[in-house]
Design a binder for this molecule. Structure first.
Ligand SMILES: Cc1cc2nc3c(=O)[nH]c(=O)nc-3n(C[C@H](O)[C@H](O)[C@H](O)COP(=O)(O)OP(=O)(O)OC[C@H]3O[C@@H](n4cnc5c(N)ncnc54)[C@H](O)[C@@H]3O)c2cc1C
Length: 381
């Protein structure tokens, strides 16, 4: 008997910015596309919610600027870093702050309107072997398990790519000193938080950022040491960082219920396999200080779409090699800066002198933020 044809052309695992945008691009190209997410939507996600100029440029390229603008995010154009009572404020390219609950729901809504089939509250596990012109994925939805086959699978499931647990060749390497993320969106009117500014408080056990988002909600996101968390509650660790930094907005934290993440600094050792591409945070992440993550996820969605479309026509191993080069081009390019900053932020004494020096030469800060916000050059063919 001939093998039955795959149920979908493309299966996209994870409906964060990478998965939602990639699935929209694929369905627009005429592929029957299934997008699934383990969480029930709309869902919260630990994130500062700051869409950088680079992220906004990628949204525009994907033809989704209107959908994001309709969320009424709050604009920002400055960053203020506080540490031990010292403050440095610098201009940054204009961006927009939006809670992830709102933004991800809007991007998924756009995908569904474009024709994507979306299942939430559905958890995926990719099966180890590819089959005749397809890959199989086990999906558990509402307590019921089923096997779905697709000509191409995009793994966009975030830190540690849990859907690839059965494929050891794709395992992630977690950096030993990796911090973890904490976050919450606060609905109370926080007048002490100035609009248009991303406020960052830095302490010895990590850093906390806050920004006003849509309808004056406040996004709070932090990266903290795992050792500090083992010794005290998340609330206590964050309160200590805010106290050390001497910021005037510590009350934002009172009564808020924090969510956490897996270790942040990790990298997949392989980015593609037969009919399978690893995209966005699933491929690797460093730390959130520079607010790069969503820009990388969105640019990756734009870059992977043509390779996924080729795969549906006919799979060639060169497509995997091409994707590995693309991941490096999009994310690794700026990782030197992010890793250096992460190192610096762990050394309070150096940080104090650094803040003083940067205050004397704001042009340097501007140059770094401009560089971080430059869109990645297109693949050379
Ligand atoms: C503290 C913190 C602050 C941050 N602040 C910013 C910021 O201000 N600006 C910025 O640009 N970036 C920021 N980031 C980074 C940003 O959140 C990520 O880079 C971005 O969300 C990556 O998008 P993604 O689509 O790759 O993955 P995600 O957004 O993580 O989406 C992955 C999705 O996959 C789903 N999933 C997981 N496992 C499965 C499974 N087995 N089956 C089905 N679905 C699954 C999850 O439920 C999730 O919805 C921050 C990160 C942290 C931790």
């Amino acid at each position: 008997m001939p093998p039955s044809p795959p149920q979908f052309d493309a299966l996209v695992i994870g409906a964060g910015p990478a998965g939602a945008v990639a699935s929209t691009l694929l369905v627009r190209a005429g592929l029957r596309t299934l997008l699934i997410d383990a969480k029930r939507f709309p869902r919260a996600k630990v994130c500062g919610g700051c869409l950088s100029a680079r992220a906004l440029a990628a949204i525009e390229r994907a033809g989704l600027a209107h959908d994001v603008a309709a969320c009424h995010g709050a604009e920002f154009d400055a960053l203020e870093v506080s540490h031990a009572g010292k403050r440095l404020r610098a201009g940054v390219p204009r961006g927009v702050a939006l809670s992830r609950e709102r933004m991800d729901a809007a991007l998924v809504g756009a995908a569904v309107r474009a024709g994507v089939t979306f299942w939430d509250h559905a958890t995926a596990q990719v099966s180890p072997n590819s089959e005749h012109e397809s890959r199989r994925v086990r999906i558990v939805r509402e307590g019921h398990a089923e096997q779905i086959s697709a000509r191409v699978v995009l793994v966009c499931d975030g830190l540690g790519h849990p859907s690839l647990a059965a494929l050891p060749e794709f395992r992630c390497q977690v950096s030993p000193g990796s911090r973890v993320g904490l976050g919450v969106v606060v609905d109370k009117a926080a007048t002490e938080i100035q609009p248009s500014v991303i406020h960052m408080a830095v302490g010895k056990n990590g850093y906390v950022g806050v920004v006003r988002a849509e309808h004056d909600r406040v996004c709070l996101a932090a990266a903290v040491d795992r050792k500090a968390l083992a010794a005290g509650s998340p609330q206590r660790v964050l309160a200590e960082i805010l106290r050390e930094a001497q910021v005037p907005w510590a009350s934002v934290l009172v009564g808020s219920e924090l969510c956490g993440t897996r270790p942040l600094t990790q990298r997949a050792i392989k980015f593609a396999g037969e009919r399978l591409f690893v995209v966005g945070d699933s491929a690797g992440y460093v730390e959130p200080f520079t607010g790069e993550g969503m820009a990388v996820a969105l640019e990756s969605a734009l870059a992977v779409a043509p390779l996924a479309i080729h795969t549906c026509d006919s799979w060639r191993p060169e497509l995997a090699a091409q994707w590995s080069a693309d991941v490096r081009r999009i994310s690794a390019q700026r990782q030197g800066v992010i890793r250096s900053l992460a190192w610096f932020l762990r050394r309070p004494r150096l940080l104090r002198s650094g803040l003083a020096l940067a205050g004397l030469s704001p042009g340097v800060v501007k140059m770094v933020t401009r560089r971080m916000n430059r869109p990645t050059a297109a693949r050379s063919t």
